[in-house]
Design a protein around this ligand. Structure first.
Ligand code: MP5
Length: 231
């Protein structure tokens, strides 16, 4: 069985829990408070910004055949930042209005540590898992979100055909890399696949619950903002 297929099968309950997260379901159903969505926008903007140095750190480890595709990803990330900025301006969200949440900070540190400390196949596993997670997650939102919603451009970005083709490409390459390594290395790749999925769940959770740090009061998530909005 292909590596990616085996991993998705192995962690199916975790993957399904991610896809059933209330952030996605409530966004799909048009019933998520705007403040909660804005919280995700602010944090994901910081995440996407940090994904650029992550990709750049992968380049020196990559086979030559991956240079052009990886450079293309960096360009796509720049375009994605413009999408956030355009949407934020349209709905009056200040993308620099909040510091990185504990979860965003931790996830970004995990990305960078993986890129710098781990072999290419392991770091590439994290890239694939994060991109596949976003593709599948936004496809859930796609199955119901009003096309007139201000959030629809995000659906088009991650659930659309171009992104699907990119994820399929990453999947094929990751399966090839996994065939070329030994069993111990494949196990480390499998571990990172699972850890990345857990970070993805934590990210949706943070968007809903707020971006507080241990030892500080709450955050700017639903727990705090909802009370005001829904009164
Ligand atoms: C992605 C993202 C997708 N934007 N945010 C998180 C928390 N996980 C995955 O990555 P990209 O680079 O925006 O396509």
């Amino acid at each position: 069985m292909r590596f990616t297929e085996a991993q998705l099968q192995r962690i199916r309950p975790l993957w399904d829990a991610m896809l059933a997260h209330p952030f996605l379901i409530r966004t799909r159903d048009g019933d998520l408070p705007d403040r909660t969505f804005a919280n995700w926008m602010q944090q994901d903007y910081l995440f996407v910004e940090a994904a650029i140095p992550f990709m750049a750190a992968l380049l020196p480890k990559a086979p030559h055949a991956h240079w052009e595709p990886l450079a293309g990803v960096i360009q796509a990330l720049q375009k994605e930042l413009r999408l956030f900025e355009e949407r934020a301006a349209a709905v009056g969200v200040d993308l620099r209005g909040a510091p990185a949440s504990f979860t965003c900070h931790a996830y970004v540190q995990f990305l960078m540590a993986t890129a710098y400390q781990r072999p290419y196949a392991e770091a590439y596993t994290v890239l694939y898992a994060a991109e596949k997670a976003y593709h599948d997650s936004w496809r859930v939102v796609q199955q119901g979100l009003d096309p007139a919603s201000p959030w629809h451009p995000f659906v088009e970005n991650w659930a659309g055909d171009d992104f699907a083709a990119y994820v399929a490409y990453l999947e094929g390459e990751l399966d090839r890399l996994a065939e070329q390594v030994g069993e111990a290395e494949r196990e480390r790749m499998a571990d990172l696949f699972e850890t990345t999925t857990k970070y993805e769940i934590a990210f949706w959770e943070m968007a809903v619950e707020g971006g507080g740090w241990p030892g500080t009061e709450g955050g700017s998530g639903e727990g705090v903002a909802d009370a005001e909005e829904e009164e």
